[in-house]
Each structure stands twice: as structure tokens, then as C-alpha cells.
Write a protein that binds this ligand. Structure first.
Ligand code: SF4
Length: 374
């Protein structure tokens, strides 16, 4: 065979990739350059990365595919912010504004309890009149109507907003929310934790530094949180890795993240897509690599969730054999991804989750928000 420099380079890359992946399986902690190299793979070696992530998943958390029986209550879509990736929020005077009052929230929470959910999740638009008391009232009403249900609510943006509106510190807000029954906080509003990207897609949102500060405060107070990334819009591979590095560093210090949830950008009804500032979401390769690279890079996270809401159940199933171990929640009601243009986001029947898990030879197990088995 004649010497072919292109093939030669490919073989060297192939060998290096194999060495890197074997090292990770043996316990090597990937550095940010290595993680970036993995995100740059476009060919059949994507499957090698996915297979390694699947093996690491098995070592770290076993074979269970978990899910939580949960319901969303998004109290209002009225929001003072105008994030470029958001198709959910409305401004005063817009059509389709809604606001759930005490009676509607109690009705929805009672229905959730009747449906046998173990978690109610509430995140909403930043209503112009909201203060810290408004959030605490909502938590009280939910607990009154659905006693014993875990409340997974708010995020660092809502905490910062409540602090500003009430003239108190974010620590004081977290403390009041905990007192009102907050069980764990959503790690959303993270988007991409790179200020240059945040300026483009959500200039009014908390900065990277503020997000980190509020998450650290929450963990220090014994309020666990999820960790998220919203990818597939205008960020680079370097931005993705810098984001993951921030999460890994916080987790090393606090151990307060329950799971990592990659959120694939839903583009259809969003301003940044309409203005041609973002691409039409992530590709299948990117969705798969996000799960796999996260599993390999976030060596201090037990749980990596695949989002059927964002990716659809078929892609989510592939994520389960690329490093993912959790299918998220049943939902029953979903408005945020639907607002951005996604379809079939309201409910995933556990029977369908069972079919998906059976098909890859793994047991489906119901869990609580904090990953205890039910
Ligand atoms: S993402 Fe949240 S904060 Fe931003 S506009 Fe939408 S509802 Fe408001």
C-alpha cells in the first residue's frame, strides 16, 4: 500500500482517540482540550465515544434507566426579560398571556397529587409584580394542595429577580424559599455559562458569575440543584467545554448537583433563530456527543439525563446507550418547549418509557427527585 499522508493522519488520530478513551475508562480525568477534541469528531468514531460513555455509565451507575413521575406548573408566561431563545414569554398587551392564581395553582397541584406524582416543578416568567413573597406563596399553595410532594422549583434567575424586587440578598431569598418548602432548585438559566454568548442570547439574564454564586449558595444551604446546558444555537465547542468545566468544578467543591441535563435548543419560534443569529438547533450527532462527552468529562456526576421533551423519544433512547441513565419526568403539562415550537411535550407515559428501556435491555426504575428508588 502506498504511503498516503491523509490516511496516515487518520490512523494516528484513531490511535490517539482509542488511547484517550481507554484512559478515561481507567479513570483519567479529561482536560478541556481533550473534551473539545471529542466534540470535533464527525465520523464513525462518534460511535466509539458513545460506546465508551455507555461503558463508563455502567461502571458509575449501573444499568437502571430511571424516571420521575412529575408535573410542571408554569405560573405565568408574562416576563420582564426578553431572552432571544425564548418562545414562551409574553409582554403586556400580547395575545395569549396567562396567570394562574391561588385557586388555579391549588387545583393543578391537587390534580398532580391525584395522578400520583412525587414531584411538582415550577418555573415561570418573571412577572413584573413578583417579589420573594409571590414565590413563597406559590410554594405554600402547592404544599397545601399536594402534601408530601417534592417541590422542584425556581432557578438562579428567579432567585436574583426576587432578591432585586424585594431589596434583600439572594441568600435571604433562598432561605425564605427553603422555609416555604423548596426541596430542590432547577439548574436552568445556565444556558451557556460564557458571558460573551449570554450577551447575544440572554443579555438581561444573570451573568455567569451570578449563576455560579447562587448555585453555590443554594448547595451550601442544603438545597440541591440540577445542572443544565442549552446548546445548539450560536455557541462553539470551546464554549460548551468551558461550561462543562464550570459545572465540574462546582461539583468537586459542593457535590450539590443531582444530575446533568443537556437541553437541545428548540429554535422554531425564537427571536434569535428568526434574526438568523442562531442555527436550527443541534444535529443528531451533536445531541449524541453532548450526552457522551458530558458522561466522560463530568466524572463527578452520577446522573446524566436525556431530555425526551427537547430531543424526542427516539433520540433520547439513543442517548441512553451513549452515557445517559435517566429519562427525566412524565411531565403531564409542559409549556416552555411547546412555546418555542416543540410538539408532543406534554406527557410521556411510563409504558412508553418501559418499551424504550426494554428495547435496549435495561430495567426501568421509578425514582424520586433525589434519585431514591420508589
Ligand atoms: S427564558 Fe425565562 S427569563 Fe428569559 S424571557 Fe423566557 S421566561 Fe423570561
Amino acid at each position: 500500500m502506498l504511503y498516503d499522508p491523509k490516511n496516515f493522519l487518520e490512523r494516528i488520530m484513531e490511535k490517539n482517540l482509542k488511547i484517550m478513551l481507554d484512559d478515561v475508562k481507567a479513570g483519567h480525568r479529561l482536560d478541556t482540550d481533550e473534551a473539545q477534541d471529542l466534540f470535533c469528531v464527525h465520523d464513525r468514531h462518534v460511535w466509539d465515544i458513545a460506546a465508551t460513555a455507555d461503558a463508563v455509565r455502567e461502571q458509575r451507575v449501573g444499568n437502571d434507566v430511571t424516571y420521575v413521575r412529575n408535573q410542571n406548573i408554569n405560573v405565568t408566561n408574562l416576563c420582564v426579560n426578553s431572552c432571544g431563545f425564548c418562545g414562551f414569554s409574553k409582554k403586556p398587551g400580547d395575545d395569549g398571556i396567562y396567570f394562574y392564581d391561588r385557586s388555579e395553582i391549588r387545583k393543578k397541584a391537587a390534580l398532580a397529587k391525584k395522578r400520583g406524582v412525587s414531584e411538582i416543578c415550577t418555573v415561570s416568567g418573571l412577572h413584573p409584580d413578583f417579589t420573594v413573597q409571590s414565590y413563597c406563596d406559590v410554594y405554600h399553595w402547592i404544599h397545601e394542595a399536594a402534601p408530601g410532594v417534592h417541590l422542584h422549583a425556581s432557578n438562579p434567575m428567579e432567585v436574583a429577580y426576587a432578591a432585586k424586587k424585594s431589596g434583600i440578598s439572594t441568600k435571604e431569598v433562598l432561605s425564605a424559599m427553603k422555609e416555604a418548602g423548596l426541596g430542590s432548585m432547577c439548574g436552568t438559566a445556565a444556558e451557556i455559562l460564557v458571558d460573551g454568548v449570554r450577551k447575544k442570547i440572554c443579555p438581561q439574564k444573570v451573568s455567569t458569575g451570578e449563576w455560579i454564586k447562587i448555585i453555590r449558595e443554594s448547595h451550601a444551604m442544603g438545597i440541591p440543584t440540577t445542572a443544565t446546558i442549552m446548546y445548539g444555537h450560536c455557541e462553539t465547542n470551546e464554549d460548551r467545554v468551558n461550561h462543562l468545566a464550570i459545572l465540574r468544578k462546582i461539583q468537586d467543591e459542593t457535590h450539590g448537583f443531582t444530575e446533568f441535563v443537556p437541553l437541545s435548543f428548540i429554535h422554531m419560534n425564537t427571536p434569535i433563530f428568526r434574526q438568523k443569529l442562531a442555527k436550527a438547533g443541534a444535529t443528531g450527532r451533536e445531541d449524541l456527543l453532548m450526552v457522551a462527552v458530558a458522561r466522560l468529562f463530568l466524572d463527578n456526576f452520577k446522573n446524566i439525563q436525556v431530555s425526551w421533551v427537547k430531543e424526542g423519544i427516539k433520540m433520547a433512547q439513543l442517548g441512553l446507550i451513549a452515557g445517559g441513565n435517566d429519562l427525566g419526568g412524565t411531565m403531564f403539562e409542559e409549556s416552555i418547549s411547546k412555546g418555542a415550537g416543540a410538539s408532543n411535550t406534554d406527557y410521556l407515559d411510563p409504558a412508553e418509557m418501559q418499551r424504550v428501556a426494554d428495547d435496549i435491555g435495561r430495567p426501568l426504575k421509578r425514582r424520586t427527585t433525589l434519585y431514591e428508588r420508589i
